[in-house]
Design a protein around this ligand. Sequence first.
Ligand SMILES: [Cu+2]
Length: 130
Amino acid sequence: MKSVKIFLLALLTLLTAQVAQAQTASKAKSQAAGTEQVQLKTSAVCDMCKTRLEKAMAYEKGVQAAVLDVPTQVLTVTYRPEKTTPEALRTAVQKTGYDADAQPADERAYNKLPDCCKKTNAVHTKEGSR
Ligand SMILES: [Cu+2]
Protein backbone atom coordinates (compact mmCIF):
# COMPACT_ATOMS: atom_id res chain seq x y z
CA MET A 1 0.00 0.00 0.00
CA LYS A 2 2.81 2.35 0.91
CA SER A 3 4.67 1.65 -2.32
CA VAL A 4 1.55 2.49 -4.31
CA LYS A 5 1.37 5.84 -2.55
CA ILE A 6 4.98 6.56 -3.32
CA PHE A 7 4.48 5.55 -6.92
CA LEU A 8 1.47 7.84 -7.28
CA LEU A 9 3.36 10.69 -5.71
CA ALA A 10 6.24 10.19 -8.10
CA LEU A 11 3.86 10.06 -11.04
CA LEU A 12 2.16 13.24 -9.92
CA THR A 13 5.48 15.04 -9.56
CA LEU A 14 6.49 13.90 -13.02
CA LEU A 15 3.21 15.06 -14.55
CA THR A 16 3.36 18.45 -12.88
CA ALA A 17 6.88 18.97 -14.15
CA GLN A 18 5.81 18.08 -17.67
CA VAL A 19 2.82 20.41 -17.61
CA ALA A 20 5.02 23.27 -16.41
CA GLN A 21 7.45 22.56 -19.19
CA ALA A 22 4.72 22.47 -21.82
CA GLN A 23 3.35 25.77 -20.55
CA THR A 24 6.68 27.57 -20.86
CA ALA A 25 7.12 26.10 -24.31
CA SER A 26 3.74 27.27 -25.58
CA LYS A 27 4.27 30.68 -24.03
CA ALA A 28 7.53 31.14 -25.87
CA LYS A 29 5.87 29.96 -29.06
CA SER A 30 3.03 32.45 -28.84
CA GLN A 31 5.43 35.31 -28.41
CA ALA A 32 7.77 34.37 -31.23
CA ALA A 33 5.92 32.53 -33.97
CA GLY A 34 2.18 32.28 -34.42
CA THR A 35 1.39 35.97 -34.30
CA GLU A 36 1.45 38.60 -36.96
CA GLN A 37 1.34 42.35 -36.90
CA VAL A 38 -0.61 44.76 -39.01
CA GLN A 39 -0.56 48.54 -39.02
CA LEU A 40 -3.79 50.36 -39.74
CA LYS A 41 -4.06 54.04 -40.45
CA THR A 42 -7.03 55.33 -38.47
CA SER A 43 -8.82 58.62 -37.98
CA ALA A 44 -8.23 58.62 -34.21
CA VAL A 45 -7.21 62.00 -32.87
CA CYS A 46 -6.75 62.00 -29.13
CA ASP A 47 -6.06 59.91 -26.04
CA MET A 48 -9.76 59.19 -25.67
CA CYS A 49 -9.75 57.68 -29.14
CA LYS A 50 -6.66 55.71 -28.18
CA THR A 51 -8.35 54.21 -25.13
CA ARG A 52 -11.56 53.50 -27.04
CA LEU A 53 -9.85 51.85 -29.97
CA GLU A 54 -7.39 49.81 -27.96
CA LYS A 55 -10.20 48.59 -25.72
CA ALA A 56 -12.38 47.67 -28.67
CA MET A 57 -9.53 45.77 -30.27
CA ALA A 58 -8.78 43.93 -27.05
CA TYR A 59 -12.26 42.42 -27.25
CA GLU A 60 -11.73 41.34 -30.86
CA LYS A 61 -11.23 37.66 -31.51
CA GLY A 62 -7.59 36.73 -32.14
CA VAL A 63 -6.12 40.04 -31.03
CA GLN A 64 -3.14 39.78 -28.71
CA ALA A 65 -2.22 43.44 -28.47
CA ALA A 66 -3.26 46.75 -29.95
CA VAL A 67 -1.37 49.99 -29.61
CA LEU A 68 -2.40 53.28 -31.15
CA ASP A 69 0.18 55.95 -31.78
CA VAL A 70 -1.86 59.14 -31.53
CA PRO A 71 0.46 61.54 -33.46
CA THR A 72 0.67 59.24 -36.50
CA GLN A 73 -2.86 57.76 -36.02
CA VAL A 74 -1.39 54.33 -36.71
CA LEU A 75 -2.87 51.40 -34.86
CA THR A 76 -0.50 48.46 -34.55
CA VAL A 77 -2.32 45.20 -33.93
CA THR A 78 -0.67 41.93 -32.95
CA TYR A 79 -2.98 39.09 -33.87
CA ARG A 80 -3.19 35.35 -34.42
CA PRO A 81 -3.56 34.73 -38.15
CA GLU A 82 -5.52 31.51 -37.59
CA LYS A 83 -8.15 33.43 -35.61
CA THR A 84 -8.56 36.67 -37.51
CA THR A 85 -7.49 38.62 -40.59
CA PRO A 86 -6.38 42.20 -41.30
CA GLU A 87 -9.75 42.66 -43.06
CA ALA A 88 -11.66 41.67 -39.91
CA LEU A 89 -9.48 44.00 -37.85
CA ARG A 90 -10.19 46.87 -40.24
CA THR A 91 -13.90 46.16 -39.93
CA ALA A 92 -13.56 46.22 -36.13
CA VAL A 93 -11.91 49.65 -36.33
CA GLN A 94 -14.70 50.89 -38.60
CA LYS A 95 -17.32 49.60 -36.18
CA THR A 96 -15.64 51.53 -33.39
CA GLY A 97 -16.22 54.69 -35.39
CA TYR A 98 -12.89 55.26 -37.08
CA ASP A 99 -11.50 55.03 -40.57
CA ALA A 100 -9.29 52.05 -41.21
CA ASP A 101 -6.85 52.66 -44.03
CA ALA A 102 -9.02 53.56 -47.03
CA GLN A 103 -12.23 52.27 -45.45
CA PRO A 104 -14.44 54.96 -43.91
CA ALA A 105 -15.76 54.71 -40.35
CA ASP A 106 -19.10 53.07 -39.70
CA GLU A 107 -21.50 56.00 -39.72
CA ARG A 108 -23.62 54.98 -36.74
CA ALA A 109 -20.59 54.25 -34.58
CA TYR A 110 -18.95 57.47 -35.71
CA ASN A 111 -22.03 59.52 -34.79
CA LYS A 112 -21.86 58.13 -31.28
CA LEU A 113 -18.35 59.43 -30.71
CA PRO A 114 -18.01 62.48 -28.49
CA ASP A 115 -17.63 65.71 -30.47
CA CYS A 116 -13.94 66.06 -29.63
CA CYS A 117 -13.24 62.76 -31.35
CA LYS A 118 -14.94 63.60 -34.64
CA LYS A 119 -12.99 64.25 -37.75
CA THR A 120 -14.80 67.51 -38.37
CA ASN A 121 -13.83 68.98 -35.01
CA ALA A 122 -12.03 72.31 -35.55
CA VAL A 123 -9.15 71.24 -33.34
CA HIS A 124 -8.44 68.27 -35.52
CA THR A 125 -8.96 69.90 -38.91
CA LYS A 126 -6.57 72.64 -37.81
CA GLU A 127 -4.08 69.97 -36.79
CA GLY A 128 -4.58 68.17 -40.07
CA SER A 129 -3.80 71.23 -42.20
CA ARG A 130 -0.62 71.95 -40.31
CU1 LIG B 1 -10.73 61.27 -29.45
